[in-house]
Write a protein that binds this ligand. Structure first.
Ligand SMILES: Cc1ncc(COP(=O)(O)O)c(C=O)c1O
Length: 290
């Protein structure tokens, strides 16, 4: 994250009360600096931990810097109950309100085991709407056994990632960069890989690279693609009120590939081969010296 720009935005928008940081693909920014800026400009920090379950910042689990964080257990996440998720907070007021929004009307909060004291509920059951977003018993029973296997799965993901990263950097490190982690991140969960194609790749070459990978059975996505949901250009519901050329440039060459857990170790050698050979093919086709 561009901290200078973030500070500028907070300064220019004194009515900004909240900052929501999304740890996309588990990548945490300099969270201490972000927290300090939020405190300085009186903005409440919230964390979207949909992708950062298991990721630790200064040995503490991600999600502790904000007043609350949300973890998704939708499919594709570290804990998969098909749909669902949970909110975590140390703030009794947020916890009580969340329980009521989720469906703790009348005296139903008494049935929960993790809600704050009765007093924290004030008159919320009468004043806040119930959106009926309770986690079902079925989702919870799918989630609980997966918590026990988290450490083992994280170790497997990370070991594979390290090998894949070394393989790719050794062979095509002159043509792409694999982003480094924020130094304060002490545990990462590498369930996917991101790499940025370097500036010799034109938009046409990038398109051809993605197609080449796809033709070899490897779906590689581009964050900056015109249909990618992570590209801010596609957020018609929340348009940016100023141009964001640096972000657009970054996204235009940022590739994203998942590392499915059920693949075998050898499959990641094939994955590296497809990425490397697709890069070489495109460079050759466009007559760009490797
Ligand atoms: C970064 C990020 N935040 C939040 C979500 C939302 O999760 P859910 O679909 O459980 O609401 C997703 C879903 O993929 C996501 O990628």
């Amino acid at each position: 994250i561009d901290l200078e720009d973030m500070e500028l935005k907070l300064k220019e928008n004194p009515d900004c009360n909240h900052v929501l940081i999304s740890h996309m693909r588990g990548k945490l920014a300099d969270m201490q600096a972000i927290k300090d800026l939020c405190d300085k400009y009186d903005a409440i920090l919230l964390e979207d931990c949909a992708h950062s379950l298991g990721v630790r910042y200064k040995d503490q689990h991600s999600g502790h810097m904000g007043v609350a964080c949300a973890v998704s257990s939708q499919s594709y996440k570290m804990i998969n109950s098909g749909e669902g998720g949970f909110l975590l907070t140390d703030d009794p007021d947020i916890a009580a309100k969340t329980a009521v929004y989720a469906g703790a009307y009348e005296a139903l909060s008494g049935k929960h085991v993790t809600v704050p004291s009765k007093e924290a509920f004030k008159d919320y059951p009468k004043t806040i709407p119930n959106y009926s977003l309770r986690m079902s018993n079925l989702a919870a029973s799918v989630i609980r056994p997966q918590i026990k296997t988290l450490d083992e799965r994280i170790a497997k993901y990370n070991a594979r990632y390290e090998t894949l990263q070394k393989n790719i950097e050794a062979r095509v490190g002159d043509h792409l960069t694999i982003p480094k982690l924020t130094p304060e991140v002490t545990t990462m969960v590498h369930d996917s890989m991101q790499f940025n194609l370097d500036s010799k790749f034109t938009p046409e070459m990038i398109e051809d690279f993605l197609k080449e990978c796809g033709d070899h059975g490897l779906p590689v996505e581009l964050f900056g693609h015109k249909s990618n949901a992570r590209n801010f250009i596609n957020w018609g519901f929340a348009p940016a009120d100023c141009p964001l050329p640096k972000t657009a440039d970054m996204l235009s060459r940022a590739c994203d590939v998942r590392m499915p857990l059920m693949w075998d170790d050898e499959d990641f050698e094939d994955m590296a081969d497809v990425i490397v050979e697709s890069i070489e093919t495109v460079l050759e086709e466009y007559g760009v010296s490797a």
